[in-house]
Design a binder for this molecule. Structure first.
Ligand SMILES: Nc1ncnc2c1ncn2[C@@H]1O[C@H](COP(=O)(O)OP(=O)(O)O)[C@@H](O)[C@H]1O
Ligand SMILES: [Mg+2]
Length: 218
């Protein structure tokens, strides 16, 4: 039995079977030029992520603009006019790796730096124990919060208060509840897993969104 499941797509698909969890997962599709076109028309902005990668590596944010498209990758920005040019630029970045597309969530931020949250769970007997709820603050000029991309760790309560000016306890409890429910679902599908790390974003109006689940969290 495998302790880790690499494919973001497989894990997301498993979680989408629960309507309660599906509600907090931003629309996610396998990468294709049609899906990209449709999702950009619908949401104005999407992130493209490698299906089996971590640490924020290879993630690109694409936003529709009046002049065409803006791409953000690491600290860099690039503008393209035509859709065909955008596709070519993306293909160069993707280097034949499998990618998924996800609707972009506008994260609440601190000093212009987006914040998101990691909830860690470890299996103890037939229960899942919460071992941490921490916030990650993106490096200035970045949209990914991963520590290995220069993000900073923060106390989750402080981060919620500073980015949204609301009482943090309710949001934290909701993230923990969603994580426990998701852990049960994933355990049924992938019996070998023993630890999980969930990445959540709070958007500018405080809504909770689940970005991904890691089966070998740092
Ligand atoms: N749909 C999204 N909208 C906005 N930001 C996102 C989205 N998905 C990911 N991110 C940002 O990118 C980071 C890395 O994405 P994630 O899905 O966790 O992949 P990885 O496995 O590389 O950590 C997230 O922590 C978040 O800061
Ligand atoms: Mg992550």
């Amino acid at each position: 039995m495998s302790r880790t499941v690499a494919s973001k797509w497989k894990k997301t698909k498993a979680l989408l079977e629960s309507s309660r969890i599906a509600k907090v997962i931003p629309e996610t599709r396998k990468f294709s030029s049609e899906a990209l076109k449709e999702m950009l028309a619908k949401y104005g902005s999407v992130v493209a992520k490698p299906c089996s990668s971590a640490g924020g590596h290879g993630i690109v944010k694409i936003t529709r603009k009046d002049y065409g498209y803006k791409m953000r990758y690491k600290g860099k920005k690039k503008k393209t006019g035509k859709f065909s040019k955008l596709l070519r630029a993306l293909q160069r970045l993707q280097r034949k790796r499998e990618y998924i597309l996800q609707r972009t969530i506008e994260l609440a931020s601190i000093d212009g730096r987006p914040v998101d949250y990691r909830v860690k769970l470890v299996q103890k007997g037939d229960k899942w124990k919460v071992t941490a709820v921490v916030a990650k603050l993106a490096r200035k000029g970045y949209f990914v919060t991963n520590i290995c991309q220069g993000g900073d760790l923060l106390k989750s309560s402080d981060a919620i208060r500073r980015s949204l000016n609301i009482n943090p306890q309710r949001k934290k409890r909701k993230m923990v509840k969603l994580s426990r429910k998701s852990a049960k679902i994933l355990k049924k599908k992938f019996p070998g897993i023993t630890q999980l790390g969930f990445d959540y974003g709070l958007d500018t109006s405080g809504e909770i969104w689940m970005f991904e689940v890691n089966t070998s969290p740092q």
